[in-house]
Design a protein around this ligand. Sequence first.
Ligand code: SAH
Ligand code: DHB
Ligand code: MG
Length: 221
Amino acid sequence: MSDPAWSAVDDYIVDKLIGEDAALETALANNRRAGLPPIDVSLAQGKMLQLLARGVGAKRILEIGTLGGYSSICLARALDEDGVLVTLELEGDYAAVARGNLDHAGVGHRVDIRVGPACDTLAGMCVEAETAFDFVFIDADKDNYPAYLDYAIRLSRPGTMLIFDNVVRAGEVIDPRSGDPKVAGTRALYDALQDNPRIDATAMQTVGSKKWDGFLLALVR
Ligand code: SAH
Ligand code: DHB
Ligand code: MG
């Protein structure tokens, strides 16, 4: 399901409010050349993440799912010089592309890319009692979303903002019989948040160049 007007309006939004971004365009070209899947956030979505992180005054940001670092560049731009973004990626090849893109964008010195299955990395971070994060963007394998929620809470402080990507999936999220494990994982996230005393949450449906999907936004109490 898609309407050409969705992308046209995204173009209008970018033209009016964001403008061309050479570093992000270079990142997309590098990702394409390296064969990474084109599943980055859109420019308008990346700017939204940047403004949210900046708006909460984030000094420490955690991202789960780096890909080629498109959203990482957006998040790193929200930080002051002394801020840090820790971003987790399964694939070493993707992380190498992301490293190049982040350095080229001039924010690489603020970004720590950790390679491996995110659940393992996150478990290690909990054991090490890593300083709490102020903002967490979760965008990796959707079947692990409930586990990522648990880890994100453990690595948060009261007031930390959590954002999950892809929580609508062209409406498939309301289909309990969907055989797609991404849908099942996303539904398990909603189940975990239903009447969860630790979290205050909502989700916003979006249309645009990423078709019909949405973000879930949560605050840790
Ligand atoms: N946030 C990126 C897009 C991420 S796509 C952007 O908007 O630019 C999802 C990423 O999660 C992929 O790069 C994939 O390799 C990674 N991923 C999948 N399973 C993972 C896992 N178990 N641990 C860490 N990363 C994982
Ligand atoms: C997919 C993953 C994403 O994070 C996204 O934003 C869009 C698509 C996917 O795995 O197909
Ligand atoms: Mg996504």
